[in-house]
Every structure is written in C-alpha cells, then in structure tokens.
Design a protein. Structure first.
Lengths: 171, 366
C-alpha cells in the first residue's frame, strides 16, 4: 500500500512499479484509490506483485509493505506492516523493518517540483524497487515508458539516487 | 507483447487495433478514460477514425447508429446513468440489426449517487437484443472487444462488453497484446452492404412503419440468431480460445458457484482454499449473459448450485439466479452481494462458500 497526499504521485508510483515488476518477469496490479483522489488529501494506492497471474480484484486489506510518502501521514494513519518504506531523514516509527530515504531532498535537488511541492514519486519508487529486489534497469525502463525527454531524465536520476541511498533503519 | 494497461486503456487499444472507423461518446465515470484515450489516438493519427463529440449519450448512440447504418465499424462506451440516457437508442440499434460494439463499464445506478460497480446497468440490456459479455479482467476486456466486432458483424446483432467499474476499468494489470497483423487477419474490414447500407443516391427506408407480423418476425429472427452466437464465439478464430462460460475446477465438483465479472478472481482464490480443505467446489463463470449459457448450466450435475450476483430485480431477487433456476437440473441457491460497489474479497468468499456448503447462507450478503 502506498500512502501519499494527492499530488505527490502515489498512483503513478504504483503504476511505475507494476511496469518494473513486469520487466522483472512478474505479474502485477496497480490499483488507485477509487473516487477520492484530491490534491492534498490522503490517498491510498495499492500494488500487488506475484510470480503467478493475479486473479483477485478486491481491495488490499493487509499489505505486507507500506510506503509512506510524507512523515505527516504518520499523525493520521497507524502504520504497521512487515516492511515500511518511508520518505524521511530520520524515521520516528516503531515497526518490524523500516527503510528510509530522504525523497523530498532528492526531488527538490532535481527541481522536481509542482505547485511548490516536491514530487517524490519516482524517488520513492526507486527506494521501493530496491527493497523489492528489482534491478534498477527494470524501473528505469518503466520511467522512460511513462515520461519523455528531460522529465524522464530527471525522474530516472531521482529514482537512481533513492535506489542507491535507501537504508534500513536501526533505532 | 505484454503491457501493463488499465481495463479502460486495454479496451481503447482493442478498438484501435480493430481499425474502428467511427466513435461517438459522452464522458461518464468510470468509462471516461476509454474515450479520452481514443480521442488522443485519433488526434495523434494512431487511429484513422472520425471522433464525434456529442452533447449526450442518446446522441452518442444515435450518431453511432447512423455511422453503422452507413457501413462503418462503429464504437461507443458508457456507464450506468449514461446507458439509461441512451436506452431508447439501444433498442433502435438492436432492432435495426446494426453490429455496433459498446464498452459498458458497470456502475451502480443512483440515487444515492455512486460511481462503483454493480451489474444492474448491464442487465437493463438483457431483453433488448444486444449480445452481453462480462469480462473478468483487463485481458478479457481487450479480447472480448475484438471478438465483439467479429461476432457482431457476422450475426448482425450489437455487442456490449461489460467490465467492472474501477476494479477492472482503472486497475492496471498485465495484458498480452497480439500483433496488429494477427488482428487484421482475424478481423478484416467490415462488409459495407450487410445488413443494409444507407448511402447517397440509393434511398432506402429504415425503421419505418411495417405490419405487426413484420415486427414480430424481426424479434423471432433476432432470438434465433442470438442462439448461434455461442458457436460463433467458440469458432471465432481469435488468438485465444473463448467460450460463453469458463469452467473452473468443475470436473468433480459437488458444489458449483455461478457468477460473472471481476470478483470471480477473488472467488477462484477462495475455491482453492476450500479445495485444500477437501471441499469439492468449482465455478461456472458466465462470460456471457446473452446468449444465456443454458446448456452449460443444464449439464451441471452436482449437489447444489450457488448463484452470487451484484444485482437485484426488486420484488424477485437475483436476476441471474432466476435465469439459472429456469434451466438447472440441480437445486439453486441465490445470494445477492456487492451491490453499490460493496467490496467482497477472498475472505468473504471463503466464509460465504463454507456457509453455502453447510446450508447456512442467507439471501443477502452484507
């Protein structure tokens, strides 16, 4: 499950990772939250990845991995999962496994900004791809299929930086 | 080639690969992204079709009617209230024997306002003369759109491809896309002269006043032709084989579930759970509602059948259950679930099927 604020690119991140999963020879399903995508509002998007074709279409109830695109989300959602990937310099979170990356700084550094907000989706996708054990090439191809020109280039850079910088947190 | 596509984009891709010549539509959630994508394809020159923007769904299908009567391969798409607004034209298209293909992204009919899936809108077409297919996933939405053009043009009946709003329409999943050359071989250009063609300098009358007997014979012929659709689907010569139904773990099944649409995937996962517990249960999935797969249902030899459906004929209950009961040779139980888009997942089906086997299941699942 990806928890993001509307406008941060959570839905696109799920799409990119589903294409990356296909490139890894897997099956995938990217499910946007239905009906309530609004700028600034909490948005849940879902991603299923499997070695076998995915038949079910109902919503994801107990996600194994939760990606948190903004630390502010922790104040409104009780985040608990086997694995958490969070956009943070220093995650204040008690959970099984926590991976963190400063996706906001990566996006700001590359000027990936829209209406004053850093667009962290490709950086977070980079971190998640690493945690999933995907090759960076699989994600790079997904980004290049989705964006074009300079924008593709910058987003590939953001994803690569996060892919390299993501670390497991030990308190 | 495998691609990640939403159900709606998969339909748009199929419409493009069918070399559709005419599209008219009015936007309505959750259908909108089909025609948005098609408009983009026409704009970019990827699809050589006329795209007509209209002011309502009634006009959308009226424009498609004219194009199809003029010999063109024509397409529209809608949902729920949009379908109801074009409903009169649906009957014009069917009774004029025009081979139109329409994507119907299922959505609950309001009020109260609701954009999520149930199957009541699709079933309002039940008696009209449209071939009605219901896909389980984006792959089937793609395949059935192409098979739709082929079969509709062979039998001169319109074809509606159902796909569940959001669960299929907006969910991106892996779709295997054939080569354009394979599609061209499967689906040659439409014959312009069949069933009739309206063209300049060759005036004919369409839909005018006839004798009562003529009107009745038309409906009789449509009913007889609809019966041929099963064979046309089975022998369509598409890159993948299709039938009116899918049989899942049915061979030794003592308990059989009958249902249609996206949630069948969840139900199959639940069937696997019960199978692991030793329960002999399987599914007959309806891929088509019209023609109704009566023979396949009559052949079911089991302890009992459960029809699970997301619709209700107020005062009679499950619409599909009523039809299944009319042909089944085993006892039939009906349960209505998931109306208004209520989420029904694998755990729900596991518990529903366990109760069905024990004989403890009620008529409404909520």
């Amino acid at each position: 499950m990806i928890l993001s604020f509307g406008g941060q690119g959570g839905v696109t991140a799920a799409r990119l990772l589903s294409i990356a999963a296909l490139n890894e020879g897997k099956y995938a399903q990217a499910i946007p939250q239905f009906g309530a995508e609004r700028r600034g509002a909490l948005v849940r998007s879902f991603l299923r990845i499997s070695d076998r074709p995915i038949r079910r279409h109902s919503s994801v109830k107990n996600p194994e991995v939760i990606a948190v695109f903004s630390e502010k989300i922790l104040k409104i959602v009780d985040v608990k999962a086997n694995t958490v990937v969070i956009n943070s310099k220093q995650p204040k979170l008690e959970n099984g496994r926590v991976y963190y990356v400063d996706a906001s700084s990566i996006a700001l550094g590359l000027n990936l900004i829209s209406a004053g907000w850093p667009i962290v989706n490709t950086a977070m996708a980079g971190a998640m791809a690493k945690v999933f054990g995907f090759s960076f090439e699989s994600l790079k191809d997904a980004i290049e299929q989705t964006f074009s020109g300079k924008l593709a280039e910058l987003n590939v850079q953001a994803a690569k930086k996060a892919y390299e910088e993501v670390k497991e947190w030990s308190a | 080639m495998k691609k990640v596509l939403t159900g709606n984009y998969a339909v748009a891709e199929a419409v493009k690969m069918a070399r559709t010549e005419f599209i008219a539509a009015y936007p309505i959630t959750p259908q909108t992204t089909i025609v948005e994508r098609l408009a983009e394809m026409v704009e970019k020159g990827e699809l050589n079709a006329d795209f007509v923007r209209v002011e309502s769904e009634h006009s959308a299908l009226a424009a498609v009617y004219g194009a199809s009567a003029g010999g063109l391969r024509a397409f529209t798409a809608t949902s729920s209230h949009g379908l109801l607004y074009m409903y009169e034209m649906c009957w014009w298209v069917a009774n004029s024997r025009l081979p139109v293909v329409m994507a119907l992204v299922t959505r609950t009919i309001g009020p109260p306002w609701n954009i999520h899936t149930d199957h009541t809108d699709l079933l309002t077409l039940r008696d009209s003369g449209w071939i009605l297919a219901m896909s389980e996933n984006a792959q089937e939405a793609f395949d059935l759109t192409l098979i739709g053009f082929k079969v509709a043009e062979q039998i001169d009946l319109p074809f509606a491809v159902g796909l569940d709003g959001f669960q299929v329409s907006h969910t991106a999943e892996v779709v295997d896309i054939p080569e354009q050359s394979e599609i061209d071989e499967f689906l040659p250009e439409r014959r312009r002269d069949k069933p009739f063609v309206i063209e300049p300098r060759n005036p004919i009358t369409v839909g005018g006043l006839t004798t009562n007997e003529c009107a009745m014979i038309l409906r009789q012929e449509m009913d007889r032709d609809m019966e041929k659709v099963g064979d046309l689907v089975r022998n369509a010569g598409y890159v993948r084989d299709y039938d009116l139904v899918e049989r899942y773990r049915l061979d030794d099944a003592e308990y059989v579930v009958v249902m249609m649409g996206a949630w069948c995937g969840d139900a199959k996962d639940a069937i696997d759970v019960l199978r692991d517990e030793g329960v002999q249960i399987g599914m007959l999935r309806l891929r088509f509602v019209r023609p109704f797969p009566a023979e396949e249902i009559a052949k079911l030899d089991c302890k009992k059948i459960l029809v699970v459906e997301r619709d209700c004929s107020i005062g009679k209950g499950g619409i599909i259950a009523t039809e299944v009961k009319s042909v089944a040779n085993s006892p039939v139980q009906s349960v209505m679930a998931g109306l208004g888009g209520v989420d029904v997942g694998v755990d729900d089906f596991v518990s529903m099927f366990r109760r069905f086997v024990k004989g403890e299941l009620g008529e409404w699942w909520l």
